[in-house]
Ligand binder design. Structure first.
Ligand code: R5P
Length: 287
């Protein structure tokens, strides 16, 4: 039985379809004062899968997840596999300055305390978040699914990471498709002059696919598009796993020269055109 929280209803339905399983009806709404009401409207099996992304509004989606988990435990469910396609607060997995909250750790503890038996997420910003749980936690990758989209939509591309941190994603796509990859790098030409360019490849006239794990404000991708344009690249397709897309991020990216933007459905957005339902279902079937 699959339970889809309000942030991941369609994805939950797609996962249920892939697993030949049924969706459990759920009533979730807000009281007039803003507090959340939740009711699981059917008897549940002893083992269920809960699907709930914890992107914006993060706190509300998390609270709903806690209520689902705790209610299932109260109903006697022993095995609650919890799919969190996008893991909110994942970028605060350590204390960068003294006194800062390690929010990812708090969130992991609360999910566990609320009743999750295991957790499945995708392309966690830091894999080490899995170690913050005492229950089994799995970090799945949507990169092969993005590679399949690229294969169908872009001929003979170069795969570009906007910075060194995203190079692993670009290399993974490039390896699947058998095409070159590179990352953008800042090079100091003189004490006053810095140039950012593809580290090794000549991209002139080539179609480029930019890949990153998250697009949030779009700043990283806008910068990458501008640099590739300066180097006379052909078409630019921007891809990411998690389309957080704050405010007018998408508009800024298209204005900077992107021809297409694609993300996965770990989060709902205008560009969530690559589905992770199949790969989540596969992972759930294995355990
Ligand atoms: C950074 O570590 C991430 O991989 C992304 O590059 C970053 O989160 C993107 O943020 P923004 O869209 O705000 O530049």
């Amino acid at each position: 039985m699959i339970i889809g929280g309000s942030s991941s209803q369609k994805l939950a339905a797609n996962i249920a379809h892939e697993m030949d399983d049924v969706l459990c009806p759920l009533e979730t709404r807000k009281f007039p004062d803003g507090e959340r009401y939740l009711r699981i409207k059917k008897e549940v099996d002893d083992g269920v899968v809960v699907v709930q992304s914890t992107g914006f509004p993060q706190d509300e989606n998390l609270m709903e997840l806690f209520l689902i988990l705790k209610t299932l435990r109260s109903m006697g469910v022993n095995n609650i596999r919890t799919v969190i396609p996008y893991f909110g607060y994942g970028r605060q997995e350590k204390s960068f300055n003294s006194g800062e909250a390690v929010s990812a750790e708090v969130v992991c503890q609360l999910i566990e305390f609320a009743g999750a038996s295991s957790v499945y997420s995708l392309n966690l910003h830091e894999k080490s978040i899995c170690d913050l749980f005492r229950i089994p936690a799995f970090n799945l990758s949507a990169i092969p699914a993005i590679a399949r989209y690229v294969e169908k939509n872009v001929e003979d591309p170069v795969i570009i990471a906007p910075d060194k941190g995203a190079l692993g994603f670009a290399q993974e796509v490039a390896q699947i498709l058998g095409c070159p990859s590179d990352h953008l790098e800042k090079i100091r030409l003189s004490p006053e002059k810095v140039e950012t360019k593809p580290k090794n490849l000549d991209v002139e006239g080539r179609d480029a696919v930019i890949i990153d794990d998250i697009i949030s404000t779009g700043g990283t991708i806008v910068n990458a598009c501008q640099i590739l344009k300066e180097h006379q690249v052909g078409r630019i397709v921007v891809s990411c796993v998690h389309p957080v897309l704050v405010g007018d991020a998408l508009l800024k990216i298209f204005t900077a020269g992107a021809d297409d933007v694609v993300g996965t459905n770990t989060l709902k957005s205008e560009v969530s055109n690559v589905s992770v339902a199949g790969l989540v279902a596969e992972a759930l079937k294995k355990e």
